[in-house]
Design a protein around this ligand. Structure first.
Ligand SMILES: [Zn+2]
Length: 366
């Protein structure tokens, strides 16, 4: 609770100050996180503004306030209505909080801008830096099992010994239940989330999200993600030309990092999910453990592709020193953001238990 309180204070204060300030020939510009979102909105990039707002402000704010709503009363020995639902919500929001990816994006934009103007880190950059560590410590010291126990739902019928019944694991709280054959829809007795032997329609849903992502991957890489106009001329950048620029300007470690996060990760993710879906549909018995590991990796690294979205956001907000220079977000950025979100949801809707089904013939699959 102490760490969650500290993280809340850091987060609130970090949102008040500029992250970066830029000065170019006597003109100054500064960007707060919310200011950057509003600038995107002003340029008609409402979807992208919404995505940045959701992943860097709304989700962390909801996660922290929800955590305090659960922890504070428990510390005082009280129970408040809706705490179970709130704690369940925190669980499903967690993959969408992306402050650490935002920090990488800020670092990349700092390097990109260093060649054309004087850029200074603002107060908020250090506060967000501290926030990441405090938030990690909060997550590490949180014992979900204890919270679920203390939230104290009674569930006498959770484990009825019945040799014929199948087990069901709760995706949210991890409680093991027996399948009740007399019920069409079964809920976890402890946290109330849906229980199912296999995620319903997993393969169909994953395929449709994946195909949509494949289609959008093309405009994401072909269309410009941003255009820079200055007194020297105008320049249009795609994802790849941004990487090339970093490489040529001598920041090759960062160029490799961005290349990996923005080009390789989405492509590998699309290919990995295709491989998983095809092998599961063919009921393949080929290296199930490696495929399970591949799935976990796919789920873990996907969010880091958002880094380019955050770079564009920061550049748009900062480089607004008209008439000297201005940066506009391009349509490629929207397509790219959609690819990241679609592949994340696709990975979430895939059920890794399907990988093991072909090895257990007695397990019924849907
Ligand atoms: Zn549960």
């Amino acid at each position: 609770m102490a760490l969650a309180l500290a993280a809340s204070i850091l987060f609130a204060v970090a949102n008040l100050f500029p992250i970066l300030t830029l000065s170019l020939q006597g003109k100054h510009a500064e960007a707060t996180l919310l200011g950057a979102v509003l600038e995107l909105q002003k340029q008609g990039m409402g979807m992208m503004a919404g995505l940045v707002l959701f992943t860097t402000i709304v989700v962390p704010a909801m996660e922290l306030s929800g955590l305090l709503y659960v922890l504070l009363p428990l510390r005082l020995g009280k129970l408040l209505p809706g705490q179970t639902a709130v704690f369940r919500l925190i669980h499903s929001l967690r993959p969408w909080g992306m402050i650490e990816v935002l920090m990488l994006g800020i670092l990349v934009s700092l390097v990109k801008l260093a060649h054309m103007a004087n850029v200074h880190p603002g107060w908020s950059l250090w506060l967000f830096g501290a926030f990441i560590f405090v938030m990690a410590a909060t997550a590490a010291s949180l014992d979900s099992e204890e919270i679920w126990t203390r939230l104290g739902r009674h569930y006498p019928s959770a484990l009825q010994p019945n040799s014929a019944a199948r087990y069901l694991t709760c995706h949210v709280c991890g409680l093991l239940s027996y399948e009740l054959t007399n019920k069409a829809v079964q809920h976890c007795p402890r946290c109330g989330s849906h229980l199912h032997i296999r995620k319903p329609n997993s393969i169909g849903r994953c395929w449709s999200l994946l195909i949509a992502a494949f289609i959008l991957y093309i405009p994401a890489n072909v269309l410009p993600v941003m255009s820079t106009s200055s007194i020297v001329g105008a320049q249009v950048d795609t994802i790849m030309s941004g990487v090339v620029y970093l490489w040529v300007s001598g920041s090759w470690p960062l160029a490799l990092l961005v290349f990996f996060a923005s080009v390789m990760v989405p492509l590998l993710k699309l290919m990995a999910l295709t491989l998983l879906l095809v092998t599961v549909q063919k009921r393949s018995r080929w290296r199930p453990l490696d495929r399970a590991r591949l799935y976990r990796l796919t789920e873990m690294v996907g969010r880091w592709s958002m880094v380019d979205i955050f770079v564009v956001t920061m550049l748009v907000a900062l480089v607004d020193v008209r008439p000297l220079a201005a940066v506009q977000a391009g349509p490629g950025a929207i397509a790219f953001g959609a690819v990241v979100v679609l592949t994340m949801v696709a990975a979430m809707s895939f059920d890794p238990r399907l990988i093991w089904d072909s090895l257990q013939d007695n397990v019924h699959t849907r």
